[in-house]
Design a protein around this ligand. Structure first.
Ligand code: OFO
Length: 164
């Protein structure tokens, strides 16, 4: 069964994933409201993925016979300055999540819970991809350069999720 400290950090991370899901949904809503349907869909999918990340931890905890805590749905901002501000915020969010998983893995190794450390490896792999994609969004935005190309930027970012 899970050690108390490991259970705690897993439950905390469920809250972080829930927050992330709520934040991406809010970004999605903002994009749709601006007519940026491609980015709206991109962030809606991103929001779904974060919920899946949360549920993967939920299942891990429950299968270990421990108590998963359903996290409070946090309040997230509803409006943003512009699309670039959203893309930068999304990258910051992912970088912070990667750091969480680094710390969690470090803790699991310290208390010799190598099974949970291995479980967390999936998230570290996933974070590589998520950070890459978030960086690519900003690159696309900057390469195509702002206002005149907003329609094309929207389509390019949408296409990043194609085939997923
Ligand atoms: Fe995008 O991060 Fe969840 O884990």
């Amino acid at each position: 069964s899970l050690q108390e400290s490991v259970l705690d950090i897993l439950n905390q991370q469920m809250g972080v994933e829930a927050h992330s899901s709520a934040l991406y949904l809010s970004m999605s809503a903002w994009c749709y409201a601006q007519g940026l349907r491609g980015c709206g869909e991109f962030f809606r999918k991103q929001s779904d993925e974060e919920r899946e990340h949360m549920m993967k931890i939920f299942h891990y905890i429950t299968h270990a016979g421990a108590l998963a805590v359903s996290p409070e749905v946090p309040k997230v901002e509803a409006s943003f300055d512009d699309l670039r501000a959203i893309l930068v915020k999304a990258l910051d969010q992912e970088i912070q999540i990667t750091e969480n998983f680094n710390k969690m893995t470090e803790h699991c190794q310290k208390v010799r819970d190598f099974q949970t450390a291995r479980f967390l490896q999936w998230y570290l792999d996933e974070q590589l991809e998520e950070e890459r994609q978030a960086r690519r969004c900003i690159e696309i935005f900057d390469l195509m350069n702002a206002k005149d190309a907003l329609y094309d930027i929207d389509r390019e970012i949408h296409d990043l999720k194609k085939g997923e």
